[in-house]
Design a protein around this ligand. Structure first.
Ligand SMILES: [Zn+2]
Length: 453
């Protein structure tokens, strides 16, 4: 009897008090695993909006959809933050082999590419097996040529992409410096399909601007084979596009905190996509995960801190991150933590916390809470998250970052293959659950994550 009483007393004194935050988070985690919000968000986005390139009428539709959706989901202070962008709009594009098999090639112009001159470009092809080989080519050696870099992207998806991204962003100017008249890049894709993968590029100052496009991986292989068989390969390239001032929109919603409403935890994804596919994995998934997670994190009772969801409006051409910093320099100190989810819906494997969150009492239950989701807490601190939060993180906002299983992400992204059927609802909900747990703990804490002064 005495022992029972002691046990009850011990439970009353310590049990509920200590167990409450993590048992609440565990309940949220379990609820998240079957919550339909994220999938429904994606189903609505892909069927009612579709792809939504910044600066196009489809982006306006996405903006209105996002405002309605966040409102419907019960977010407060739902509003639009607009900012100026230079919008690139694709026109008709086509490319053919001249002579030989005469094949029509599968291409997609890169974002910011100039058009070909009226009548197109017909020129001999120069093929490089790697981007480094192009960089090693001497000045003037590519005069009058269409240049193809046929470097295969490795399946170490994210690192392969990081290593090859300069070939997409800077390749056209590197070709032009050596006399090239147009630039083709083997799609930055880990799949081998006939669908090209687009993406943004930029032009170096003082170098002629030549048209640039991605080509499907089988077409790139075929052109390389033609050249290796000693054939004189010429291509005919026609590309049109326009570039001009437009407006971008980031759509924001909040779940206000109770006792610390001016301490904001910011999460989100990006609302814009390329003009192909549905933008389901890039980055409908990131929005669906963070919107659903914020809502679930607050579902077990009011949180102390405010949760803010930002659906960034022009990530692909890299405008919305800087625009967000510019608009919020004055209130940046109110953002206590930030993260963007922008690597698809493949499921989470680990999380990196801000340096000051590692070992902090607020996250003491985190590893145990995430273990059933097979998500580990990394020993390294987060140094960044998605591109849209990079500028505010650079300006001192602490970050956390979940690592995504991106094994298939680069099979689909920036192509017509980025469609909802690539999203596995169970993996999506695993992501929601992990984000919701972390948000619940962090928003019910007074932990300062900025480095101690
Ligand atoms: Zn993205």
């Amino acid at each position: 009897m005495k022992a029972v009483l002691a046990a009850i007393l011990a439970l009353a004194l310590t049990g509920p008090v200590l167990a409450q935050p993590s048992s609440n988070a565990a309940a949220i985690r379990n609820k998240a695993l079957t919550d339909p919000t994220a999938w429904d968000f994606l189903a609505s986005l892909t069927t009612e909006v579709g792809n939504r390139q910044a600066g196009t009428p489809r982006a306006e539709r996405a903006r209105d959809w996002a405002v309605a959706r966040l409102t419907e989901l019960g977010f407060s202070n739902v509003h639009v933050e607009s900012f100026p962008i230079q919008a690139w709009r694709r026109g008709p594009e086509n490319a053919q082999v001249v002579g030989l098999n005469g094949k029509t090639l599968k291409i997609l112009g890169l974002g910011r590419s100039v058009a070909t001159p009226a009548g197109g470009i017909e020129a001999p092809l120069a093929v490089f097996p790697t981007y480094a080989a192009l960089l090693a080519a001497p000045a003037g050696s590519l005069t009058g040529k269409i240049v193809l870099v046929n470097q295969v992207m490795t399946t170490e998806a994210a690192s392969g992409y990081g290593a090859l991204r300069p070939a997409r962003t800077n390749g056209a100017s590197e070709a032009a410096k050596r006399g090239g008249v147009a630039y083709l890049i083997r799609s930055l894709s880990t799949a081998h399909t006939d669908l090209p993968h687009t993406g943004a590029m930029t032009y170096a100052d003082g170098v002629p601007k030549v048209p640039a496009a991605a080509i499907s991986t089988p077409d790139a292989d075929m052109l390389a084979l033609m050249a290796s068989r000693g054939r004189q390969v010429s291509l005919k390239l026609n590309m049109s596009s326009s570039m001009g001032p437009a407006t971008g929109w980031t759509v924001v919603g909040e779940i206000p905190g109770s006792t610390r409403p001016n301490e904001v935890i910011l999460v989100g994804g990006h609302l814009d996509s390329w003009d192909v596919g549905q933008g389901a994995v890039d980055d409908g998934a990131g929005m669906a995960v963070t919107v659903s997670a914020a809502r679930l994190a607050a579902s077990g009772g009011r949180l102390q801190r405010t949760l803010r969801v930002a659906l960034f409006g022009a990530e692909e051409m890299n405008y919305s991150g800087q625009a967000y910093l510019d608009a919020h320099r004055g209130d940046l100190a109110t953002i206590v933590l930030a993260s963007e989810s922008d690597e698809g819906a493949g499921g989470l494997t680990s999380v990196r916390l801000p340096a000051r969150g590692i070992g902090a009492p607020v996250f003491a239950p985190l590893a145990e809470l995430l273990a059933p989701l097979k998500v580990t807490v990394a020993a390294q601190a987060a140094t960044g998250s998605g591109d849209d939060v990079a500028p505010i993180i650079g300006a001192g906002v602490p970050a956390f970052a979940f690592q995504v299983d991106a094994g298939h992400y680069f099979d689909w992204h920036h192509s017509d293959d980025d469609t909802l059927d690539k999203v596995d609802p169970a993996r999506l909900n695993q992501m929601v659950a992990a984000f919701a747990v972390l948000l619940n703990l962090a928003a019910n804490s007074d932990q300062d994550f900025r480095p101690a002064k």
